[in-house]
Design a protein around this ligand. Structure first.
Ligand SMILES: Cc1ncc(COP(=O)(O)O)c(C=O)c1O
Length: 414
């Protein structure tokens, strides 16, 4: 994507959009450093949800009455916005799902069950979230395909020189990789992997759950075939997400969920499927949530994804400096220019849950656990890590409070 100049964002000003910051936690201002798991919601999104329910709500694509037409226009308008946000060639290639996990399961089941078999190879990486690992492992097992993972080097980067050995295992049919790692923040070389996959006749599936909130996405430049992401990590509502797929692949695929609205005709003998995207949107969709997702995309677009990414990188550099001053702290992941605003670390001799609890006493919220990345934890040789993650509303003082809390945890527990 072309590098464009953008106005720097003002995180202090943006915080005023987020009502959550008006509430203290344990009598202290909230320092929310867990946006990678889910982001907070600005008034612009909350107001849109309330307004939609109060003035425009009805089921979509079903009624001929005015209210249903208004609701349908809002729902389809959200689809158009979200499709534009990732530079999809056509809005009908954008399917609403309940989130990135469901989007990936849709591809693994609907494409995988019909296209994989013995002799085929499914390639993931050691850096995947379980949502882009387990569905592929399971479908590979069910179809008799071989399951392989690209290993990581010591800096948390994919070892692409292992691809030669991986392709010896059979016909590579799928490569599935995240664009940004939720555990280490690594930005992965999707364009290279897409090209490698396509040279072998394979499809490229991108998990963009961590990329979409923080990093400009252009599916045409990435050269991928499918891309999955979730609204709730992008300041939007929960329970809605999207799958983008190339029209010709989606059209050739069997449906995933079956039921109302996804059909063309139903007879005793046979049912035929509707057109995309509706073929993949069975039953009543998360309608208001999709409209709220559209409002979140407007909010992020107005600020500018480039400005958000730059802000997070500045915070990341600052955080790495501050964390380096904490005795006994090991930080994981690549150099700042190769990653998003995520820092995973461990304090020597202190369980990550204890660290997170000590920080919580001061109103600082960070994650502790395996981050749904057990293969990565095994590679790092740890059961869990702490993770701090930043977003457009994060300010440096919150990182100071994180560092102070870590100093305290070290003194108390190490
Ligand atoms: C990289 C990555 N992929 C997939 C997911 C799953 O997203 P969701 O729980 O919204 O389906 C997450 C969530 O943390 C993630 O970080």
């Amino acid at each position: 994507m072309a590098v464009t100049a953008h106005a720097k964002l003002d995180a202090r000003k943006l915080r005023a959009d987020f009502p959550i910051f008006e509430h203290d936690i344990r009598g202290k201002p909230l320092a929310y450093l867990d946006s990678a798991v889910s982001a907070h919601k600005p008034r612009q999104v909350l107001d849109k949800l309330r307004n939609f329910y109060e003035t425009s709500y009805a089921n979509v694509h079903r009624g001929v009455y005015t209210l249903s037409e208004v609701a349908t226009a809002e729902y389809e308008g959200a689809r158009d916005k979200i499709a534009r946000f990732i530079n999809a060639p056509a809005s009908r290639e954008l399917i609403f799902t309940h989130g990135a996990t469901e989007s990936i399961n849709l591809v693994a089941y609907a494409w995988g069950l019909d296209n994989l078999g013995p002799g085929d190879v499914v390639v993931v990486t050691e850096l995947e979230h379980h949502s882009n690992f387990v569905p592929w492992q399971y479908i590979a097992k069910r179809t008799g395909a071989t399951f392989k993972a690209i290993p990581l080097d010591d800096h948390g980067e994919l070892q692409l020189d292992a691809l030669g050995e991986i392709e010896q295992a059979g016909n590579v049919k799928v490569v599935a990789n995240n664009l940004v790692s939720n555990a280490l923040g690594t930005i992965n070389p999707i364009e290279k992997l897409s090209a490698w996959a396509h040279e072998r006749g394979a499809i490229m599936v991108v998990d963009a759950a961590q990329a979409a909130p923080h990093h400009a996405i252009d599916v045409q430049e990435l050269g991928c075939d499918f891309l999955a992401f979730s609204s709730h990590k992008m300041c939007g509502p929960t329970s809605v997400g999207a799958l983008w797929g190339r029209a010709e692949l989606l059209e050739a695929m069997s449906p995933f969920n079956l039921g109302g609205h996804m059909i063309r005709s139903v007879k005793l003998e046979e049912t035929t499927w509707g057109q995309i995207p509706f073929k993949f949107e069975a039953g009543t969709q998360p309608i208001a949530e999709a409209v709220g997702f559209g409002a979140a995309v407007d909010y992020l677009t107005d600020i500018g994804i480039g400005a958000i990414e730059e802000h997070e990188r500045e915070l990341l550099v600052y955080a790495l400096e501050k964390l380096a001053e904490v005795p006994g702290l090991t930080a994981y992941g690549p150099a700042p220019e190769r990653r998003a605003g995520i820092v995973s670390f461990n304090l020597d001799g202190v369980h990550p849950h204890d660290v997170a609890q000590i920080l919580d006493m001061d109103g600082v919220a960070i994650r502790a656990g395996h981050h749904c990345c057990q293969p990565l934890m095994a590679k790092l040789g740890v059961a869990a890590t702490n993770r701090a993650s930043f977003y457009l509303y994060t300010i440096p003082e919150e990182i100071d409070r994180l560092a102070d809390g870590l100093q305290k945890a070290h003194k108390l527990l190490a």
